[in-house]
Write a protein that binds this ligand. Structure first.
Ligand SMILES: [Zn+2]
Length: 256
């Protein structure tokens, strides 16, 4: 069992987390005040500021780290109502989960029979049948422009290429969120700050935001409850569209 402590990005309040390996096939389960909250799409509550389950908010960076390193069965006891932001990336989570010695062996994967496509006019997200896991992501943000990155789990290291990419936000928007009592824990210690003139603090990668979008997508896809074999193509998609894709993928595999 490994303990992690920090503050919630939105609440600004201290949170404690205990991570333990769980039996193969049990999935990832959060435990809060004795209540078990499985990390599945059925528990999804809100996708406006991070991906929040009923009872535990902002789970996507933790889930991304777990799925990124192949740990699909964990028990995660949480004292608090939002997972801690840590450094804004998935790297400290991946390191903690590795210490909990919880990589799953020979797990079952979900596969697709046919392509699934989502498009809302501004963003799009496609999943295509593929023997492996690969994500192509394109974003376009004011001040930093277009970014494109491909992550292929068969060829690249999640820990090196994706996990260190931090969450990001525009300074002006963060100030407004703080006035509304949100993003109270956000700072340049746990986020990459952007402005219309570009990066405010030092980025870890020249294209850190698009890598973080892939990190988030991997975390949202973890709500399938099992790892996915697919090629994903995303343009500007976010938590709402990512979790809509999870629902369609589950429906597709139920339609066999
Ligand atoms: Zn994120």
């Amino acid at each position: 069992m490994i303990e992690v402590a920090g503050i919630g990005l939105h609440s600004g309040k201290p949170v404690k987390v205990k991570i333990s390996a769980a039996p193969a096939g049990s999935g990832i389960v959060f435990i809060r005040a004795g209540e078990r909250i499985p990390a599945t799409i059925a528990q999804l509550k809100d996708t406006r500021r991070g991906t929040s389950l009923k009872g535990i908010a902002v789970v996507e960076h933790f889930l991304s780290a777990a799925y990124g390193i192949g740990a699909y069965d964990l028990e995660v006891e949480v004292v608090g109502d939002e997972l801690p932001a840590l450094d804004g990336s998935a790297l400290p989570w991946a390191e903690a989960i590795e210490k909990a010695e919880s990589r799953t062996q020979n797990t079952e994967h979900r596969t697709l029979k046919r392509p699934i496509k989502l498009n809302d006019g501004k963003a799009s997200l496609e999943a295509l049948p593929h023997d492996g896991f690969r994500v192509e992501f394109m974003v376009n943000f004011k001040g930093i422009g277009e970014q494109f990155f491909v992550f292929d789990a068969e060829k690249q290291s999640y820990i090196k290429e994706i996990a260190p990419a931090r969450t990001f936000g525009y300074l002006e928007e963060t100030e407004e969120l703080k006035r509304q009592g949100l993003a109270l824990g956000a700072s340049t210690e746990n986020a990459l700050a952007l402005s219309v003139n570009g990066y405010v603090n030092q980025p870890r990668f020249a294209n850190e935001p698009v890598r973080h979008k892939i990190l988030d997508l991997i975390g949202d896809l973890a709500l399938l409850g099992r790892p996915l074999r697919a090629a994903i193509r995303a343009v500007c998609s976010g938590h709402k569209m990512n979790t809509d894709l999870v629902r369609l993928l589950l429906k597709d595999s139920a339609d066999k």
